[in-house]
Design a protein around this ligand. Structure first.
Ligand code: ADP
Ligand code: ZN
Length: 439
């Protein structure tokens, strides 16, 4: 019989018990960091808060926030809460938005993280009979190690492919009958495209499901991947600072990701004022770790924008759910005074029959923002007749204008002219940043 939960006692715990558990662990974690991390102690002293002021979950709002800049400032050992001798692993962020942050793990930290990933695999229908192809990068990046460890915990046969070498990915996927694929959504889309080019149909592979995350992706992209690989595509969320992937994961309902609340306490705040917002509001996600030993986080501002919902989920899990993050607050571009998220552009492209191969180029010329979207034509729609191309560009431009409120220049490009991503895709080239313009 297929197991529905990896750790049912935690995953289906009544909400009032989860809250009691979180309260107990919060008080303990705050005392632990105050005693062991000078950086935190100083932050708390500056704010005039002592560990004994934290007696219930609501008291968390008395604590200072922690930002990525704090972590960068404390690089490399400033946030370490235990002796290095107690640590067994180091990972580092991808450096998507600047200097990398390094995180440390004790064996208990690694176990907790891998269990979170195991919960995600089981929630996506995985069990010991599955063959899990891990095509996230291995190494400092947390994607590979996290899903690899989770797959072991569930007892699956693990294929530690790492990212890249797409021909070999496909050969092993087919020859070794992989049933799960774990990688970034942009790489999953690329693998789907490559399978098609090799003449495989979606039903030719044995894949049942994929667990994709580490970067924002739209519902449109999910449908695209599900179609090209013939699978169900599940979202998984996490960040190196909090351990890695598996902080939150999707269940069979695929309607938001359950946050592993026995290990992480989540808040939504107004990114401008820092005010805690009520459930259901859109804002910046803030995490407090509840069990971490080497690299605990108190009120860490993720810069990811999302919404939390405590609505009952029919999968039976009681953990709160977070919506797909629509991007980071710092992914948002302000172009000619208008807020633009890459995810909005992706949704328009996929809804208009294009593949998710695009690049957004922003610059400032003569004090005016320029905004261009380069998009590949699909091989089956390819044309090199200028009249046909202009017509298609105009049509796409109108659809973008409707979604964004401003007109980008659309440049349709030949198939395969935009580099594919094997990890996190780089979609935006904003030259204004180089000029020191605050975007
Ligand atoms: P970096 O911050 O350098 O990219 P990480 O590799 O730790 O370092 O990436 C964590 C970030 O990746 C998250 O804060 C979030 O912005 C993004 N991310 C991870 N999973 C998802 C997901 N499922 N959907 C959207 N964004 C995600
Ligand atoms: Zn659920």
């Amino acid at each position: 019989m297929q197991k529905k939960f990896y750790q049912p006692e935690a995953e289906t715990m009544p909400v009032n018990e989860i809250k009691k558990l979180q309260e107990f662990k919060l008080i303990r974690q705050v005392r632990y960091v105050y005693e062991n991390v000078e950086y935190y102690r100083n932050l708390m002293d500056e704010k005039g808060v002592k560990p004994e002021d934290i007696t219930c979950l609501q008291d968390i709002s008395k604590l200072p926030f922690l930002s990525k800049n704090d972590l960068r400032e404390a690089y490399p050992y400033g946030m370490l809460a235990t002796d290095l001798n107690n640590c067994v692993r180091i990972h580092s962020t991808s450096g998507t938005t600047g200097k990398r942050v390094v995180a440390f793990y004790t064996q208990n930290d690694v176990d907790m993280w891998e269990e979170c990933c195991a919960r995600a695999i089981v929630a996506a229908g995985g069990d010991a009979g599955d063959v899990v192809q891990v095509a996230y990068g291995y190494g400092l990046f947390t994607g590979g190690a996290g899903l690899h460890g989770g797959s072991h915990k569930v007892g699956c046969l693990t294929l530690p492919m790492s990212s890249g070498n797409t021909n070999r990915q496909i050969q092993f996927m087919m020859d070794l009958n992989a049933t799960f694929l774990c990688c970034t959504p942009s790489y999953a889309a690329y693998i789907g495209e490559s399978l098609k080019e090799k003449g495989y149909k979606p039903e030719d592979n044995k894949l049942k499901a994929g667990i994709f995350g580490a970067e924002p992706w739209t519902e449109e992209m999910r449908k695209d991947i599900e179609k090209s690989l013939g699978i169900k595509a599940y979202d998984i969320y996490g960040l190196t600072e909090s351990s890695g992937p598996g902080v939150a994961f999707e269940c069979c309902e695929q309607n938001g990701m359950h946050i592993n609340e026995d290990h992480f306490y989540a808040e939504i705040i107004d990114p401008d004022t820092g005010e805690v917002l009520p459930e259901g509001s859109k804002g910046e996600l803030v995490f407090t770790s509840l069990d971490k030993e080497a690299f605990p986080l108190i009120r860490y501002r993720t810069r990811d924008i999302t919404v939390l919902s405590r609505e009952k989920c029919s999968c039976g899990r009681t953990f709160i759910r977070m919506h797909k993050p629509m991007g980071r607050s710092d992914d948002m571009m302000i172009i000619r005074g208008v807020n633009v998220f890459p995810s909005q552009i992706e949704a328009v492209l996929l809804n208009n029959g294009y593949a998710p191969n695009y690049q957004i180029l922003v610059d400032r010329v003569n004090n005016t923002d320029t905004f261009e979207i380069r998009v590949e034509m699909l091989p089956e729609d390819f044309s090199d007749t200028p009249k046909v191309i202009t017509k298609k560009e105009k049509k796409l431009q109108a659809a973008m204008k409707e979604m964004l409120g401003i007109n980008p220049v659309i440049r349709l490009a030949a198939p395969k002219s935009i580099a594919r991503s094997e990890g996190k895709a780089v979609r935006v080239i904003d030259n204004r940043k180089k000029m020191g313009i605050n975007t």
